[in-house]
Write a protein that binds this ligand. Structure first.
Ligand code: HEC
Length: 184
């Protein structure tokens, strides 16, 4: 039996179909928001893993530490920036609309995050056994990350720093970006 012309391929009257179409974000936009939120969650879990090993150094396992660092490294920098390339607002998203106007700052923070995560990967690669004291911050070690917490350091400077210090600077990049680019 042929359907009347006003019914579309979903078997819905065209008016209902049109309403659904406008209420649901386009699949592409929804995908990118879902993907970046999933990446953020994966980074949060990885940061928690690393944090746990600094709190309880006995639990340090270089392989797991490295995997966690790589989880962040591989989701930051250009990958992270690329997930926020679309200027379309999406109701599912908590991203602030100022990202396009402040693109450079956003990308710089995303790159800082990558730099810190890469330095943590190297630290774990160089310390395959138990966590040495050199990976820990000394009591009272200054945490300076600059007023915005995103003082850009070069690789050499980062590799000379205890990994725990790098970790704290890395977490500051999460916080700095959220404060400016994520809705409360
Ligand atoms: C360059 C900016 C930037 C950096 C760096 C960044 N985030 Fe985010 N994050 C965002 C934005 C923007 C959102 C909101 C995304 C959305 O809802 O579309 C977000 C969302 C999140 C969420 C919520 C995800 C959800 O399910 O809605 C978590 C968790 C999160 N970030 C954790 C982290 C952690 C942990 C780090 C650091 C390791 C980090 N982020 C680094 C910008 C950033």
């Amino acid at each position: 039996m042929r359907q009347p012309k006003s019914w579309n391929k979903f078997g819905l009257p065209s008016v209902v179909g049109a309403v659904l179409m406008t209420a649901i974000p386009s699949p592409a936009a929804e995908d990118v928001v879902g993907r970046r939120q999933a990446d953020m969650k994966a980074m949060a879990a990885a940061a928690k893993t690393i944090s746990g090993m600094f709190k309880d150094p006995e639990s340090y396992k270089a392989v797991e530490f490295r995997l966690a660092a790589d989880t962040i490294r591989d989701r930051s920098g250009g990958i992270l920036s690329g997930h926020f390339a679309s200027e379309d607002a999406d109701p599912q998203s908590k991203a602030r609309p100022n990202i396009p106007e402040e693109r450079d700052r956003f990308d710089r923070i995303a790159n800082d995050l990558r730099g810190y995560a890469a330095a943590l990967d190297v630290a774990a690669e160089q310390n395959p056994g138990p966590m040495p004291a050199s990976m820990r911050m000394k009591p009272g070690e200054a945490m300076g990350g600059g007023p915005l917490g995103t003082h850009i350091r070069n690789e050499q400077e980062l590799s000379a720093m205890p990994a725990e210090h790098v970790f704290h600077l890395m977490i500051q990049t999460c916080t700095t970006c959220h404060a400016r680019f994520r809705m409360e």
